[in-house]
Design a protein around this ligand. Structure first.
Ligand code: NAG
Length: 624
């Protein structure tokens, strides 16, 4: 008896100390373990459904949800409630019209050009009910890229939202010439060759079309094309399979959201974040979403209070806009508890917590087309997730040494890449395999091949090149450092533009800042640091103060040499800072109407950049 008690207590002490040791050495172990367990269980179920051909797509999930909770609000838009049944029935009507009037057939590809509105979902689901592939077009699309988009995904039909129909009219002729039929979500059309849909839905039946039309036999068959914005050049059509859609839809659930949550979606639906993580996530949970046509920083918190929003989707810039709003005593009065998104910079992240309280911010790292996804479910500031043991079981990725000058990975004497040491910045590559496939871009083998890096660690292997430079800390947390190409070289040193921007952010008169490198004539291989910035309302640019700041906080090579004051910083359509145009326009004061300043070490200040200084820089008489 005594013996067994002694043995038991020894065991208990042993287990206890093992747990303590584990807590000390691996404080994130269990949180990671349970999080991953959730995902792995989901993944296993998914693969089993593929083997047994009982795949439940996102659309199937929606239809099930509409049967389970028909009267539950699914989308609230502009103050109007659309229940699960409403959206289901309207998409049935549309599916009927697509079959009978538009003569669409299973497997056809249809392009969708609509802004955020409930009908975006009805048309999307209606098309999927008929078994069509759907290509989401960016609503900012320019005429030049429009035809290109049709060519890459092979769409022969375009459906235009009511608001977009008039914008499109000038391009309609070229579409029609290419034998693309155009259908608008309107009742009347000025152009007799543009067909109308709204009038036809009215009389259509709200009964479902045959389920066999939407059935799919493989998780790996494409279901959507989503265009990703190339920073230069034409958009690329990423091929999205059912499997990717289904994984994206469990994001909110994995972060702990439930059917009782109210999800705020103000990002454009033509991107995967809003359509798959946001709408798909709402369906997976059986929750309600507040859909916004556009994000508005001044309306955001009022909306959240009005609708009891608990979860919102962000990109870093949105949080920055929110922090830049005037403070009010209502700032912390809301029920928002979770933010899901990406690109939140550490300074904004901290400020966001200070202003709006304890909202768990979960960063999701992964591109639409990529084969890697990292999730920071810890809410740990500044990181995109953890390169843990469990994560490595699911995804195989590595950080490799990167040559910023050549814009490519460093190769050793045998032609292979080298892993960076912990703490060092490297290029993130993700191995392409059967469990983590890369489906590439529709209509272009060449673009697909360009995203791949081959022979990385051995002959014949292939990795998806994320184009992101990251570093991993001692606790295996991953930190975003820079976008490939967002680093430039000056006087033999690499300048990481986002790092400089983050350092400048605390300067009191700066509202927003964008750092980039400009070419100086006569110094071909170098880029001089330049920073475009906007000023906080009521404050003025103080060259002396900025000089003092950069001298203290930035190494010599990283100090911006030129400053460009702007009324507003230009953003790309995905709210990323527009650098390309700024780089192109350079620093010539006679060509730029914005106020320009140059760093002057003698006067210990940033002084206005005059024509004569500019000429002396070109002549090499003014030392930079
Ligand atoms: C929000 O929550 C409050 C209190 O829980 C409740 O009284 C109110 O009706 C809710 N509003 C909406 C739009 O659900």
């Amino acid at each position: 008896m005594t013996l067994s008690v002694g043995w038991l207590s020894a065991l208990a002490v042993g287990v206890f100390s093992a747990l303590v040791l584990q807590k000390l050495c691996f404080p994130y172990f269990w949180r990671e373990f349970f999080f991953m367990l959730k995902l792995v269980r989901f993944g296993v179920k998914l693969e089993l459904s593929d083997l047994t051909s009982s795949i439940c797509t996102v659309l199937d999930k929606f239809i099930e949800q509409a049967q389970r909770t028909p009267n539950k609000p699914f989308v609230i838009y502009d103050g109007n409630i659309h229940t699960y049944r409403d959206i289901d029935q309207r998409s049935n009507r549309l599916a009927g019209v697509f079959l009978e009037r538009v003569k669409l057939r299973k497997g056809d590809c249809v392009a969708l050009l609509m802004s955020n509105e409930p009908d975006f979902l009805c048309v999307w689901f209606g098309l999927k009910k008929v078994g069509c592939l759907v290509a989401f077009l960016n609503t900012n699309i320019k005429s030049k890229s429009l035809l290109h988009c049709f060519n890459c995904c092979g769409a022969k039909t375009l459906i235009v939202g009511s608001g977009k129909a008039s914008d499109l009219m000038e391009h309609v002729d070229s579409l029609l010439e290419d034998n693309i039929q155009v259908w608008a979500m309107t009742s009347q059309s000025e152009n007799p060759r543009v067909h109308t849909l709204l009038d036809k839905i009215q009389g259509a039946s709200d009964q479902p079309v045959p389920a066999v039309l939407r059935a799919t036999t493989s998780l790996r068959s494409p279901t959507l094309y989503i265009f990703t914005s190339g920073s230069t050049g034409l958009p690329k059509a990423a091929v999205i399979t059912h499997r990717q859609c289904l994984f994206a839809t469990v994001g909110l659930w994995a972060f702990g959201a439930t059917a009782d949550d109210v999800v705020y979606i103000a990002l454009p639906l033509y991107h995967s974040a809003a359509s798959l993580i946001g709408i798909g996530g709402t369906i997976e949970l059986g929750a309600t979403c507040i859909l916004k046509k556009k994000f508005s920083a001044s309306q955001f918190w009022n909306d959240c209070r009005k609708h009891n929003v608990t979860v919102f989707q962000y990109i870093g810039e949105l949080c920055r806009y929110l922090c830049n709003q005037p403070k009010t005593e209502m700032d912390k009065v809301h029920k928002v508890r979770l933010g899901v998104g990406n690109g939140l910079r550490p300074d904004v992240w901290r400020e966001f917590h200070r202003r709006f309280g304890d909202i768990k911010m979960c960063e999701v790292y992964g591109s639409t087309e990529g084969n890697l996804c990292l999730m920071n479910h810890f809410g740990k500031i500044g990181t995109v997730g953890r390169s843990s043991f469990f994560n490595k079981l699911l995804f195989s990725f590595d950080l490799v040494k990167y040559d910023t000058e050549k814009d490519e990975p460093v190769r050793d004497q045998y032609g292979f890449c080298q892993r960076v040491k912990r703490g060092e910045t490297g290029l993130l590559l993700s191995k392409v395999s059967t469990s983590n496939p890369f489906f590439g871009y529709a209509g272009s083998k060449q673009l697909t091949e360009k995203k791949l890096t081959r022979n990385v660690f051995r002959k014949g292997d292939a990795y998806f090149n994320t184009g992101d430079l990251m570093a991993e800390d001692q606790e295996s947390f991953m930190y975003f450092r820079d976008r490939m190409g967002d680093t430039f070289r000056w006087k033999g040193e690499n300048v990481a533009t986002t790092e400089v921007a983050e350092t400048l952010a605390p300067v009191d008169f700066i509202q927003e800042v964008n750092v980039y490198g400009v070419e100086v004539p006569g110094m071909a291989e170098h880029r001089a640091g330049m920073s475009a910035m906007t000023l906080r309302p009521g404050l003025t640019f103080d060259g002396k103060k900025l000089h003092e700041f950069v001298m203290r906080d930035l190494p010599a090579y990283a100090r911006p040499l030129f400053i460009r004051l702007q009324e507003a910083l230009e953003m790309t359509s995905t709210f990323k800072q527009q650098k390309f145009k700024l780089v192109q326009s350079g620093f010539n004061p006679s060509a730029i109407s914005d106020p320009l300043y140059v760093l002057d070490y003698l006067q210990k200040s940033y002084v206005p950049l005059t024509d004569s200084i500019y000429q002396r820089i070109l002549a090499g008489e003014h030392r930079l």
